[in-house]
Design a protein. Sequence first.
Length: 518
Amino acid sequence: MSERRVRVRFAPSPTGPLHIGGVRTALYNYLFARQRGGDMVFRIEDTDSNRFVPGAEEYIIESFKWLGITFDEGVSFGGKYGPYRQSERRDIYRKYVQQLLDAGKAYIAFDTPEELDRKRQEVENFQYDATTRLTMRNSLTLGEEETERLVAQGEQYVVRFRIEPDEKVTVHDMIRGEVVVMSDILDDKVLYKSADDLPTYHLANIVDDHLMEISHVIRGEEWLPSAPLHVLLYKAFGWEDTMPQFAHLPLLLKPVGNGKLSKRDGDKLGFPVFPLQWHDAQSGQISSGYREKGYLPEAVINFLALLGWNPGTEQELFTLNELVKAFDIEKCSKAGARFDYIKGIWFNQQYLVRRPAEEWVPEFDKILRAEGIISTPEKEAQVVEMMKMKVIEYKDNNNIVHKRNISFVADLWPLCRFFFQAPKEYDPQDKFVRKNWKEDTADMMRGLMEKLSLIDDFTVDNIRTTIEPWAEEQGYRPWNAWRVALVGTGQGPDMYELSAFLGKQETINRIESAIAAL
Ligand code: GLU
């Protein structure tokens, strides 16, 4: 058989914001398609009108734009296999439902929800299948004429897939190998509902994958239980030769404990589970997003790529293009991948420090403005340069203090107010202040001020070469008290750097204020 063109699709249902697990699925599809020179299709599966959420489709598109995951075809991108929104493909599905009915591979059923409920109460583990279908109200028990009469009369019905028992169904999965189930465990799934004249997910998904010539279906593990049914549908249509190859990706697991990652884990531990912030119009609730939290898209991509796949080497940092080369779908793990969000923060730090200071400035400037500080891009870039390698302390939800490197632009602010604001007070309880401001300090600082005032060109080097010999000569160590005066506590960069940044006048003013106050 000639090699088939690789065509994959990402096919979300617009039921809300895209979960981070869905982003990982899209990413793996993208890597696979790009690696094999194939096409990446964006399809919207909106046949469940009850679960449709306005804005979800736009949200998903914006998320991928931000992340740099691109599509070749689909909703908003166009292409010759469209329309790509399932709600616009009713006529197509109707035809294929009819095809199964005509071939006797599907049948019409009239059972009302109440009747089905009653059955479920009567019969333990009730399943609509080869044995029970003969006790139900459908075209097999009512006969053709009666069925036609009821349909013509406008009675609501569904079309069910007729699954025959005793058949071995094999799913060939690129990650899991052969998954075999007996058809007996499957029920006669609903494929179409007359009530809204729409197919269910299963039918629309199979018909579209076929018509859009999808070669590989790469999706989350939660869809594995549906795969045998999908295989049977391909067979029922006579499409087994072009059935896509499946790959069911490992689940994303909670950072701690058992079970799959949920939004609650994120809320509890303080990390987003959505790529972008989402505003729920109904509840008014706002859920945080990676973008708004200050993550860089390349960090999110790198982090997600390694949740369920690894290159088998020590390499951890990958650009998107490097991932395209290195990714191997068959090396994905079967076992779930723990969502180590701390590692996500680490990735962000790695990418952020590699960015030149000027690229931090727009974000940093926003934060400063919110604090009422107006500065210049040059000054802000200087602060970033001085501070970006610093370590910060933070508390977790149990109030335990941890340390980590600056990993977000927003981490800077608490560490750097003194660059922009003179200390308002010198806390006498502050250990650093107490220890470094003694009785004779004021005199020493007056001497320092005098020396500083003589420097014409107030550069780091000029300050150093003036103050170092002077300190030596006087037998003083002025640095800590100098820091108290400029910062108000024991933080900040080298004194020469800080003074040069503040400028001569501001440096002297701050020393004067400290002498007066202390
Ligand atoms: N519409 C399904 C979803 O929301 C697609 C599943 C599949 O990829 O087959 O994930």
